[in-house]
Design a protein around this ligand. Structure first.
Ligand code: 13P
Ligand code: SF4
Length: 379
């Protein structure tokens, strides 16, 4: 049976240039829906192919719920960007299939150049990555040689290669705090909302690239305030890529994994969630019986560009996943010279995260803290 034609949609995003932002256009294609019978057949085929190819599926919480379930059920993982990177690096499989967006596949390749990294759709990108071209970013860094360069995971391999540190949303705050305590001035890219949230929390001197996530940028503070009035007992969970007037209303701000943990652990039965609605699948599984309400993306004053679902995460489907496993195509390649530089900034973060985990309890002992971070950084 021939797969149906895949509709292409145009996607608008904010592209910072020379300090000002303008609107740019990209595109995304969404896999055509599958019938219930085809779904079962595809899932079975994927399970078989994962075994035959000795491959492991590493998925993000924003992708199709069937892919998330398959990843867990077959010994892979579904997680946030930090854990995806760590899991892929540490897994013994020679082939990783990354269901997410391109920077996640590239990070896996940079950390494990000897592994084959496949993706269901190599054109699944990210507005933060698109809005931070490596040449413009390098020129920005050249203008500020006194600053430690910290970039978010949602960037190209070439941008990571120019950075001193790469961070994800689950550990960015801790790493910037650590650098600030060492007296470092920071150049941050590309997400302006995450950057200004970290800046406010840490008091660090941060110069921000002005990129944004087209999904999170759509959450509206005024409408969220109204929704909270309707649900006065609800707790508000917010991803820090959201605008400041949304973050300010949060009970918890954190990465996707941290928001899921909050949904499980907080003593509340209703949550308003300001992040991609793909996360609701895992929240409902992990906290059965609790209610999850999507934070508003559009009111009278807005147009809904993204409807709280990333158009590029949505490019990962059962059909294209089965096809890449069948054909072993859609392989991620990273220029080894770029990979060699980029691995430094990523490994610094992973080493920092490992050291932090190893710490049993905060010591409040500066000498001990200094020992803990020996050999990890700074740039
Ligand atoms: P997390 O690292 O929190 O999963 O975020 C990745 C991402 O792209 C959020 O939009
Ligand atoms: Fe990028 Fe936003 Fe999509 Fe995450 S949700 S991959 S930040 S565009």
């Amino acid at each position: 049976m021939n797969a149906p034609a895949i509709p292409i949609k145009t996607v608008e995003y904010e592209k910072p240039s020379e300090g000002a932002s303008c609107v740019a256009h990209a595109w995304a294609r969404t896999p055509a829906p599958v019938s219930p019978a085809e779904k079962e057949e595809l899932k079975e085929r994927i399970r078989r192919l994962l075994r035959e190819r000795e491959a492991v599926l590493v998925a993000h919480y924003y992708v199709d719920s069937d892919l998330q379930d398959l990843a867990e059920e077959t010994g892979g993982c579904v997680s946030d960007s930090l854990e995806m990177a760590r899991f892929g690096r540490d897994h013994a499989a020679k082939t990783l299939v990354v269901a997410g967006v391109r920077f996640m596949g590239e990070t896996a390749k940079i950390l494990s150049p000897e592994k084959t990294i496949l993706m269901p759709d190599l054109d699944a990108t990210c507005s933060l990555d698109l809005g931070c071209p490596a040449d413009e970013f390098a020129a920005f860094c050249d203008q500020h040689p006194d600053r430690t360069v910290v970039v978010y995971a949602n960037t190209s391999a070439a941008v990571k290669a120019r950075a001193d540190w790469m961070v994800t949303s689950s550990i960015g705050l801790d790493i910037v705090k650590h650098l600030h305590e060492q007296g470092k001035k920071i150049l941050w890219a590309p997400d302006k909302h995450l950057g200004s949230y970290i800046q406010k929390q840490t008091g660090a001197d941060m110069l921000l690239w002005q990129g944004s996530c087209l999904v999170h940028d759509e959450f509206k503070g005024i409408e969220l305030d109204l929704l909270k009035a309707e649900y006065p007992h609800a707790k508000v969970l917010v991803h820090p890529e959201s605008p400041a007037n949304v973050v300010e209303q949060a009970d918890v701000v954190g990465s996707t994994s941290q928001l899921i943990a909050a949904a499980v652990n907080m003593d509340a039965d209703t949550f308003i969630v300001a992040t991609d609605n793909g996360i609701l699948h895992k929240m409902r599984q992990a906290a059965p019986g609790k209610n999850f309400i999507e934070a508003p993306t559009a009111g009278n004053s807005a147009t809904c560009k993204s409807c709280a679902h990333c158009p590029w995460m949505a490019m990962n489907g059962l059909r294209n996943l089965a096809e890449v496993l069948e054909n072993m195509n859609n392989e991620i390649h990273v220029d080894p010279a770029i990979g060699k530089d980029a691995v430094r900034s990523i490994s610094r973060m992973l080493d920092f995260a490992a050291a932090k985990k190893a710490k049993v309890a905060p010591s409040a002992d500066l000498a001990q803290e200094a020992k803990l971070f020996q050999g990890i950084g700074p740039a």
